[in-house]
Design a protein around this ligand. Structure first.
Ligand code: CP
Length: 299
């Protein structure tokens, strides 16, 4: 079964295969519009979403598949009546040939896969992972860099609860001679398990305390929103804001990425800078997710 569960399942070769298919889809989308006419795909989002849900649904429709969905599954599905996730999956898989799911439980995707007899596509699981986001993030980097080998990536914002960061680290780590820099408030530093993962792979990770500590020629500034829905209390506002003045400290080749939605961490005054690629990144969600759906049905 071709689930999309975690970035742990990818190799450099499988990523390249996925991206070559994505390139083909982007070059000739018409060729794929009848690919899955015999399939019904369900989307179940137990947490809010704009990009992931709508880009998955767009991808499903652009492949000719049919879509069934629950709007706001946490409150409008029978979860609200006490149904456990495993039971929901056992039922929905009788109505759909694949299930795209977002959930607040870090282990929701594994739980779904443990009972599933159709492909499960993890659209974000708690503070754990968001593999399809990282797949489109790396696709965006690949489009703009001659090579991903040797790149320097700065991760900023909420490195603790930000699931997109956890997934991104795993994918970029598949490439040679990469380096990471972390810039966040103390309360949002990268969890030890990811620091250890980088150590075990002999990948350099430098904790920074100001923009001035980041290399001027950093290839990617990957900012993230403080995930205030994941913790109690108030840790204050983001300290490290990318605005025109800050971005101008970096080179012409520095890309600014963000999984979105943004709060105050990226000022709108850089939106027209050619290095600000977060809206293009969101656009890449459709072809990358079309590839993932096609691969989910590959024998
Ligand atoms: N990047 C992302 O997951 O956005 P949504 O929450 O809008 O899906």
């Amino acid at each position: 079964m071709n689930h999309v569960l975690s970035c742990k399942q990818y190799t450099r070769e499988s990523l390249e295969e996925l991206y070559q298919l994505t390139d083909k889809i982007e070059a000739n989308p018409e060729e794929y519009k009848h690919s899955l006419e015999d399939k019904i795909i369900a989307t179940m989002f137990f947490e809010p979403s704009t990009r992931t849900r709508l880009s998955f649904e767009s991808a499903i429709l652009r492949l000719g598949a049919k879509l069934i969905s629950t709007e706001n599954a946490a409150s409008n599905s029978s979860t609200r009546k006490g149904e456990i996730l495993e039971d929901t999956i056992k039922v929905v898989q009788q109505y759909a040939d694949a299930i795209v799911m977002r959930h607040s439980d870090d282990h929701a995707a594994e739980r779904a896969v443990s009972v599933a007899n159709v492909p499960i596509l993890n659209a974000g699981s708690g503070k754990g992972e968001h593999p399809t986001q990282a797949l489109l993030d790396v696709y965006t980097i690949r489009k703009h860099k001659a090579s991903i080998d040797g790149i320097k990536v700065a991760i900023l914002g909420d490195l603790k609860y930000g699931r997109t960061v956890h997934s991104l680290l795993q994918l970029v780590s598949l490439y040679d001679n990469v380096e990471f820099y972390g810039l966040s408030k103390k309360a949002f530093e990268l969890p030890e398990e990811y620091v250890k993962m980088l150590e075990e792979k002999n990948i350099k990770y430098t904790v920074c305390h100001s923009f001035d500590e980041l290399p001027k020629d950093v290839d990617v500034l990957y900012h993230t929103r403080i995930q205030s829905e994941r913790f109690e209390g108030d840790f204050g506002r983001e300290e490290y804001i990318i605005n025109k003045e800050i971005l101008n400290k970096f080179s012409e080749g520095t890309m600014v990425l963000h999984p979105l939605p943004r709060n105050e961490e990226i000022s709108t005054d850089i939106d027209d800078d050619p290095r600000a690629l977060y809206f293009e990144q969101a656009k890449n969600g459709v072809p990358v997710r079309m590839s993932l759906i096609l691969k989910a049905f590959e024998k």
